[in-house]
Write a protein that binds this ligand. Structure first.
Ligand code: GUN
Length: 297
């Protein structure tokens, strides 16, 4: 019988912990953490994510500001906005919701955010620090997955881990964090992607599989070993007549057939997604306390 890894319940517990920390922080004369999000255009998924981030901020007692900009904004104008927020001492963390319109160079925008305000952990300085094991902001989804593994006491040390997908946001950092010399690292990691020829065989020998390729219901039962731990990072929105919103979310894992083979598995929704937001809150709290970039104001 598999155990469901309940990201929603875990995220609620952590949000309560963060809310308590904020109360104590303010009581001791600290400032209320403030997260700013830039949202360009009207992409449905991005609107949903940003709204959810706003709700979570208010739940834990943070201030949040959403800066909405039209699709027609130029790269220069967006970079100016980022600079303005960089200089605003009241704002602790800044995220620019991705994807951005085609005419804007995403990497340029990411690199314009001050590393000490980059609570998404996307800036090369933070990525570099993560790679060599220095304190920095860790990208929210991998950090959320590690937190789930910790809280469910799932051992990674000495385990064989397969990460499917090599994105800068999830697959790449996840593979590095799991192989690091840390308590929730020390795994032997294989990073698979679209050019991996024998993916099924590689997955079928894994103790832990992280599916982060963004293809709905890609991972099937024949690719999973009996007793494996499966973490599903996928969120593909598909039209549905059964839901009020007209959409439903599908993971990268064919849950119904994979789950019975697993020791632990995350559902979609309610698995990794809520943990991603919690990591963002945690990073914002760290940014406001200046615990990672000490002494930088
Ligand atoms: N788009 C999809 N996921 C993310 C995320 O974690 N951060 C930002 N900024 N954009 C995203």
């Amino acid at each position: 019988m598999f155990q469901l890894i309940d990201g929603k319940a875990t995220s609620t517990t952590i949000k309560d912990e963060i809310a308590e920390e904020v109360i104590q922080l303010v009581k001791n004369g600290g400032k209320v953490p403030h997260l700013a999000a830039i949202l360009v255009g009207h992409d449905g998924a991005s609107e949903t994510y940003v709204a959810s981030k706003e709700r979570s901020c208010s739940k834990v007692g943070f201030i949040s500001t959403v800066i909405r900009l039209e699709d027609s904004i130029t790269e220069t104008e967006l970079l100016e906005k980022v600079n303005e927020i960089n200089k605003d001492p009241d704002i602790d963390g800044l995220i620019v919701q991705l994807p951005l319109p085609k005419h804007i160079n995403e990497q340029k925008v990411i690199e314009a955010i001050l590393p000490e305000k980059d609570v998404d952990g996307f800036h090369p300085v933070n990525v570099g620090k993560m790679v060599i094991g220095l304190p920095g902001f860790i990208s929210a989804t991998p950090a959320g997955i590690l937190e789930l593994l910790k809280r469910y006491r799932i051992k990674t040390s000495g385990k064989s881990c397969v990460v499917i997908g090599r994105s800068n946001i999830v697959g790449k950092p996840m593979s590095i964090l799991l192989s690091q010399k840390t308590e929730f690292g020390n795994a032997t990691v294989t990073l698979c992607h679209s050019r991996t020829p024998n993916l099924k065989e590689v997955c079928a020998q894994a103790d832990i599989i992280i599916a982060a390729l963004g293809k709905a219901e890609f991972l099937t039962a024949d690719m999973v070993k009996e007793g494996a731990v499966v973490i599903d990072v996928g969120i593909t929105r598909v039209k549905s007549e059964k839901t009020k919103s007209g959409w439903k979310l599908l993971g990268d894992v064919k849950f119904d057939e994979v789950a019975p083979k697993c020791s632990y598995i995350t559902p979609v929704p309610g698995g990794v997604g809520p943990m991603t937001i919690v990591s963002l809150l945690r990073n914002t709290l760290l940014a406001s306390k200046k615990e990672i970039y000490k002494g930088i104001s």
